[in-house]
Design a binder for this molecule. Structure first.
Ligand SMILES: [Fe+2]
Ligand SMILES: [Fe+2]
Length: 272
C-alpha cells in the first residue's frame, strides 16, 4: 500500500472570501504522490479566475475525474483540451431537477462542455478501478443500505423518469481518504461499497459534498451513527452538504474534526 501526503486545493466551491469567487459547484485539485488530478470542473464561471489566483496553470493539468454529469461539476470542461477524462458511463446523459413550484432546471453537462468533452480521451469507469497506484475510482455505486438517496431529479423535463444519477462515482485514496462530488449515492452506500471492495482501507477522512441539504433528522442521525461506528476522524464538508448537517455532525461527533473549506483553501493533514 502506498501512503502519501495529500494536498487538495479547493478551486471552486459554493463559498469564497475575496479575492476568490464562489459559484455553486465543485472543483478540487488533488495532489497525491506524484499525481495531479482535477476532480470535477465546477460550473465553468470561476474556475479559470480562481486557478490563476492560486497559481494553478489549467493547461498543465491533463487528468480530469468527473464525479457525475451535473452541470455544476462539468461546466468547466470547456476550458480544457487534450485531457484524459475518467468518468462513468452515461455521464453526458440528460439530467433535470424539478423543485415544487419552480421552473424545470436543466442540470445536464452544458453544450459547450459536451463539445469539449467529445474532443478528449475518455475512460469509462464501469467498476471499482485502480486508475493509478493507490488511487481508486468507485465507478457506479450500489445503493444497498436503504439510505434515502432520493431527490427532485429526473431524466426528462416532464418529470416522468426518476433519475438516480447512476453516473456518479467517488475517489478513494489508499491512505483512507474518500473524496465526493455531491454524494447523491449516499455516504453510507459509498463507504459500504469501498469497504466491500477494499476492506484493508479504513476510511478516516471524507472530503466533499454530502448532499444532505434536505435530509431529515432520521437520516442525519443514521449517517452520524454510521460515521461514528466506522471511526471517521475528519470531515471536510462543502458544496451541497447543508449547514444543518454540518451542525448536526458537530454535535453528534464531538471527537471528529469537522471543517467547511472554502474556495482557495488548501486541505492537507494540517488544515484546520
Ligand atoms: Fe453538485
Ligand atoms: Fe449533483
Amino acid at each position: 500500500m502506498m501512503t502519501c501526503e495529500f494536498k487538495i486545493t479547493v478551486i471552486v466551491e459554493n463559498t469564497a472570501e475575496p479575492p476568490f469567487q464562489a459559484e455553486h459547484g465543485v472543483s478540487l485539485l488533488i495532489e497525491y504522490g506524484k499525481r495531479r488530478i482535477l476532480f470535477d470542473c465546477g460550473a465553468g464561471g470561476v474556475l479559470a479566475y480562481n486557478a490563476e489566483l492560486l497559481g494553478i496553470e489549467l493547461d498543465d493539468l491533463s487528468t480530469i475525474v468527473l464525479s457525475h454529469g451535473h452541470n455544476d461539476h462539468t461546466g468547466g470542461i470547456s476550458l480544457f483540451k487534450q485531457c484524459e477524462i475518467w468518468c462513468a458511463t452515461n455521464v453526458e446523459a440528460p439530467h433535470y431537477s424539478l423543485h415544487h413550484g419552480q421552473p424545470v432546471h436543466n442540470i445536464s453537462m452544458p453544450d459547450t462542455a459536451l463539445a469539449s468533452f467529445n474532443q478528449q480521451i475518455i475512460h469509462r469507469v464501469q467498476a471499482f478501478t485502480e486508475f493509478d497506484t493507490g488511487i481508486w475510482l468507485t465507478g457506479p455505486i450500489p445503493r444497498l443500505s436503504g439510505e434515502d438517496t432520493g431527490g427532485p431529479f429526473y431524466c426528462d423535463p416532464d418529470g416522468i423518469c426518476k433519475d438516480s444519477i447512476p453516473d456518479e462515482q467517488a475517489m478513494l485514496l489508499d491512505d483512507g481518504i474518500l473524496i465526493q462530488g455531491c454524494c447523491h449515492s449516499g455516504i453510507i452506500n459509498t463507504m459500504e461499497y469501498c469497504h466491500r471492495e477494499h476492506p484493508e482501507i479504513a476510511v478516516h477522512t471524507v472530503i466533499g459534498g454530502l448532499h444532505l441539504l434536505h435530509a431529515d433528522e432520521e437520516r442525519l442521525y443514521r449517517t452520524a451513527e454510521y460515521l461514528r461506528q466506522t471511526k471517521v476522524e475528519r470531515l471536510y464538508l462543502m458544496h451541497c452538504t447543508g449547514d444543518n448537517a454540518v451542525e448536526f455532525f458537530r454535535k453528534s461527533l464531538p471527537y471528529c474534526k469537522i471543517c467547511t473549506p472554502h474556495t482557495g483553501d488548501i486541505i492537507s493533514p494540517s488544515f484546520c
